[in-house]
Design a protein around this ligand. Structure first.
Ligand SMILES: Nc1ncnc2c1ncn2[C@@H]1O[C@H](COP(=O)(O)OP(=O)(O)OP(=O)(O)O)[C@@H](O)[C@H]1O
Ligand SMILES: [Mg+2]
Length: 236
C-alpha cells in the first residue's frame, strides 16, 4: 500500500480533508481535517457521542463519509472496495480497541498469529513473529485469552495490532477498562510505538492523563478537530 511507482510517498500516513458526515440529522463532521505523520502520535478527546469512534470507523472504511477525502499512506480509503479495503485494514492499519478484537477462547498466541495468517500464508513465520511480539510485550502464555488480566489482554491486543507492521495504528479507548496502573503501562507502550516503529498513532481517549502523552491533543467539537488544552488541564 505504501509503495507507489513514483518512489516513496510524500504523503502523511493519514490525511483527512474536508470530511462531512451526518447521522440521524446530526452533523458529526463538517469540514473536518486531520494530518498525521509517520512517527507522530495524536490523541483525540471529546464528549460522548461527538463522533470519535465514527471517525476511526471512517478511516477503516467501515463508514462512507458524505464528503471529503481520507488518505492512508496515500490510498483514498473512501474509494477502496472489497479486497483492497480488506488489505488496507489487515496490512496498513493496526487497531486496538477497548475490547472485542480478541477471541476469548483462543490462546493469546493464536489470536496474534491469526492476524498474520489472514494477510499471508506463512504459518510458521506468523507464529514465530507472534511469539516474539508477545515475549517483547511480556504477555504470559495462556491456554485462553479470557484468563489474562486486563493489562495482559490489552498488551495482546497491541501485539495483534503490530504483527503486520502497520504504518498507522488506531486505538479507541484502549485503556478504558483498565486500572490506573495498567492504564499507565499500556499508554506508555502505545505512545512509544511511533518513535520505535515510525508508525502514526491516533488514540481516542476520555482520560486526560493518557491524552497528555500524545505529541498533539485534539478535541472533536462541532464537527471539527480543534487543539485541546489537555496538558494545562493535567498540570493544573
Ligand atoms: N450505526 C449507527 N447508526 C446510527 N447512528 C450511529 C451509528 N453509529 C453511531 N451513531 C451515532 O453517532 C454519534 C457518534 O457516535 P460515536 O460512537 O462515534 O461517538 P463517540 O464520540 O465515540 O462516543 P463515546 O465517547 O461514547 O464512545 C452518536 O450519536 C451515535 O448514536
Ligand atoms: Mg466511542
Amino acid at each position: 500500500m505504501s509503495n507507489s511507482d513514483t518512489g516513496p510517498a510524500p504523503d502523511p500516513v493519514l490525511h483527512i480533508q474536508d470530511l462531512d458526515y451526518s447521522v440521524r440529522n446530526r452533523t458529526l463532521f463538517k469540514g473536518l481535517e486531520l494530518s498525521v505523520s509517520a512517527g507522530e502520535s495524536v490523541a483525540i478527546t471529546g464528549p460522548s457521542g461527538s463522533g470519535k469512534s465514527t471517525l476511526l470507523s471512517s478511516v477503516l472504511g467501515l463508514i462512507k463519509p458524505h464528503g471529503g477525502s481520507i488518505r492512508v499512506t496515500g490510498a483514498e480509503v473512501t474509494k477502496l472496495r472489497g479486497k483492497q479495503l480488506a488489505r488496507l485494514r489487515s496490512e496498513t492499519i493496526g487497531t486496538v480497541f477497548q475490547f472485542g478484537e480478541l477471541l476469548p477462547e483462543l490462546s493469546p498466541l493464536d489470536n496474534v498469529a491469526l492476524a498474520a495468517l489472514l494477510s499471508r500464508s506463512d504459518r510458521a513465520g506468523g507464529y514465530r513473529k507472534a511469539q516474539e511480539l508477545l515475549d517483547e510485550l511480556r504477555v504470559p502464555s495462556a491456554e485462553t485469552t479470557e484468563e489474562l488480566s486486563g493489562g495482559e489482554h490489552q498488551r495482546t491486543a497491541v501485539a495483534r495490532a503490530l504483527i503486520n507492521s502497520p504504518e498507522l495504528i488506531l486505538a479507541d479507548e484502549p485503556t478504558g477498562s483498565l486500572d490506573p496502573d495498567a492504564t499507565a503501562r499500556i499508554a506508555e507502550l502505545l505512545f512509544d510505538l511511533p518513535r520505535r516503529r515510525r508508525c502514526g498513532l491516533v488514540l481516542v481517549t476520555h482520560d486526560v492523563e493518557v491524552a497528555a502523552r500524545a505529541d498533539r491533543v485534539l478535541r472533536l467539537e462541532a464537527g471539527l478537530l480543534v487543539p485541546a488544552q489537555v496538558r494545562e488541564a493535567v498540570q493544573a
